[in-house]
Each structure stands twice: as structure tokens, then as C-alpha cells.
Design a protein. Sequence first.
Length: 523
Amino acid sequence: MNAPNKSGWKPEMAATSEDGLHNGPATTTGNRALMLEEPLLFEIGHADETGVDLPEPAADAANRLGGFDRDTSIGLKGLHEPEAVRHYTRLSRQNYGIDLGLFPLGSCTMKHNPRLNEKVARMPGFADLHPMAPQSTAQGALQVIHELGEWLKTLTGMPGVAMSPKAGAHGELCGILAIRAALEARGDARKVVLCPESAHGTNPATAAFAGYEVEDIPATDEGRVDFEALKARLGPDIAAVMITNPNTCGLFERDFKKIADAVHEAGGFVYCDGANFNAIVGRVRPGDLGVDAMHINLHKTFSTPHGGGGPGSGPVVFSDALAPFAPLPFVKQEDDGTYYLVEEESREHRGPSFGRMTAFHGQMGMFTRALTYMLSHGADGLKQVSEDAVLNANYVLRSLEDLLHAPYADSGPCMHEALFGDAGFENGLSTLDLAKGLIDEGYHPMTVYFPLVVHGAMLVEPTETESKAALDQFITAFRSVAERAKAGDEGLKQAPYYAPRRRLDETLAARKPVLAWTEPDRD
Ligand SMILES: *Cc1c(COP(=O)(O)O)cnc(C)c1O
């Protein structure tokens, strides 16, 4: 009989398959040792139960509703406290996070979030502050914003900074709006933004959102921007180029300065996508390379948490040419040391700012975490972060290049991430199969099918916080699954075998998400 029991568990939910691949019989609960099946809250609770004992309302209490009191049940499922706590605890155990194991996602830089950062961010003076609190009562918070901005200016060698953008893509928009404002201020109606083929999708999206036409810049065989092709396309219609450095093939753009000089000579601006700044922080100052605007993902480079829709923070640094157009608000310091916010064009500020990115001042929680990270590492520590990140990525690249197609392995050392392709996989096995096989080995998969310039791309970024032992274990697991893909092991097509769910229809889930729960027929 298939009637749902109280837990809402149905046999078809079980990860166990009939083919015996689990090396054990199906369990009656669907649980597998400590891996527990977890239905939806709605399936656990009951509308006629409640977690609290409240007295029935007095007979005349309803009268205060003027006859509008409900006469039907609201239908919400009641749970008592242990049921609710267990539900969320069980779900949290099914979640893979950076505190559980290595997170090899390339391009996303999932870093360890030191506990010290969390401690500081939770200090009531920061955590409980209201964005409209009088500035005289928020001096410490304003100082954090100001000092963090100063660190970013020093690290990048750029004179202006906007702290309010709330993520990398938001920062890109901020930078491109400043470029547009600067062009408009000189009456220049340039219409085209150039992006390399390997650009993160947010780059062309940003340019298009700001009203520009986007054109591709080709890459050379070694995975870097084709300087000659770029130069040939420059002219009076090019508003800006947007280049990620280090780029998404994991390589440093060696011609960046030459590119920037050529773009400037043609009257355009240089936007650098700085999401990969963790590979060069403390070693390269983008301002020296001719960058006009660059966003910095605090939630990648400076260890503030992200993922799962968590908050990001994408401050933007500006060159002299763009700094006057930066958005409001910004923090300034009086001669007597007090801090204040320039909130609007006013007596103190009559600059040509393009406007605002956000209602308030930015992501305070991310600011406190990022500044804590910087202060606890110091300038020398931040330099070591980039060195160790690059060392770790090269270790992964050189440990796998004999087995996996590594298209740019001959283009010099990689930066913070190692890129592989699926050439040589047998029996129609794909990058997706390898990624699913890694789940069985206990690892979150790397970034797959990005960048698009490499067939079956696998982008692996280990971050500086991983030890050699942790990397060796990961490489051993990766090699074993890659060997199966190259040997054409058909079993890999059905991986993962040991996850709570097997292969999901990810396209259907993205295109037609089921966002409402309906009571199943209980007959
Ligand atoms: C992550 C990333 C972005 C976008 O940053 P978000 O904070 O996710 O908006 C842009 N470019 C590159 C190269 C990135 O890695």
C-alpha cells in the first residue's frame, strides 16, 4: 500500500535503486544510516494540530472582528518545536558547504570564512545598527566603510571607490554607468562595448542592460585576448572594453597594459572584471595597468560568505577620469576626525555623480567581515593569499594534466584556477557524468561547461586555504572518476548512487519550478 504515513515518506523518494547498486537492501523508512529522508514541512505537519497550547478565545473576542472572523480553518500545518528543529537540522545535513569539505567551484572562489570575521560582524554596534541612525551614533560603522574603501584603493592603486554596489554584477553596472556618465559629460555618444569570448555572462549582460551593443573580442589559441584583433576594432564608436583579469581560462592577461593604452588612445574606457582579484591581490595593482573601473567581489577575494543567495558585496574602484562620476553616498572624514556621509549633491559635493546604486550605504555585514580579514592578514598576509591560491591551482593543474585534456597548460602557469576539457572521454561519457561521479566521492563538483571556449569545460579552483593533504585527497578522487570517464565506464552515467537524490531534471527544475505545494489526494 502506498498511502503516505505520518512522515509523508513515499517509497519512490528513496535514493535506493532496485539494481542493488547500493550494496544493501532498501530500508523501510528510506533512511540510510545517518542520511535521513526529509519530506516537506507541509507533509510532516497537520492542519488540525498545533505546537502550542493556547486557550480557546473568549466567546466575545471574535466580536471585535466585526463579523469578519474566519469560519474555516486557515489550513497551515502545525508542528511542535522538536519537529521544526529536526526538519531544518536534517535539511542542513544534506547541504554541502565550504565548512564540510573542499569546494572546487572555479570562477566563484568559495573561500573559508574565518570565524573571527563572523564574531566581529555580530558585534551589536555593527549588527544592530539601523541604516537611518543619526551619523553621530554610527561613527564606528562609517569608519569601517571608510577604512575598507582606503584598503581597496591602496590594493588596486586607484583613487576613487564606490562602496554601495551589492554584488559583482551590480558593481559592473555601477562601473559602466560611470563610464556612460563620463562619455555623456563630454557629449560623446559611443554605442559599443567589447567583451572577450570567455567573459563571464554578467559582463555582456551589464553592457546590454546599460544600453550598449555588445561585440565579442576573439581569443588567441593560448587563451588570452587577441590584442591585434581588439586593436583593429577600436574606433570612435567603442565606449569601453570589459576584460576579466586574470581571465576565465585561468590566465593572466599579459597584454593588459598595451590593451588599456590602445583603448585610451581611441577615446574609450577600460573596465576590468575584478572577480578574480584573489589571484593577484598584493602583487599587481590594476591601476598601474590602466584600469578605469573595476569591481571587487568582497564575497570572493576577501572571504565573506556567499552562495545559496547569500549577500554579496561588489565595491568599485575608479581612475581619476571616472572618480567624479561615482555614485552617492560616500563617506568623508572631517578635519577633526569625524566621519560623515555625502548623501546628495549639496554644499560639500557638486560633482557630476551619476546617481545612486542602492537606497542606503551597502552591505555592512560584508564590510565588517572583509575589513576584519584584511586587518588579520595584513598587507604581507594578503600577498601570501594570492601566492598560495596560485600555487594550489597549479598543483591541481600539474597533477591532472597527464590524464585530462588541459587546453592552456602550455600557456604558462595558471592563476587561481585550473581548466580542463572532456577530450578523450569514451562511450559518450561527458563532463556532467564526471561531475556526478565526484558527488559519490564526497565532493561538490567543480564548475562545469564554463568557460564556453573549451569543450566540456571543467574549471577547478582550490583556494589558498586548502592543505596539500586535502588537495592530494581531492586529486586522488578526481583522478579515479576521470579514469572511469576515459575508460568509458557506463556505470558513471547513473551517478550519483549515494546522494539523497539521483539525477534530477535540472532543466525542468529551472524552467518549470514547482513553487506551490498542493495537498495530495489522500484517498
Ligand atoms: C562571480 C563573478 C561575477 C559576478 O559576481 P556576482 O557577485 O555573482 O554578481 C562576474 N565576473 C566574474 C569573473 C565572476 O567570477
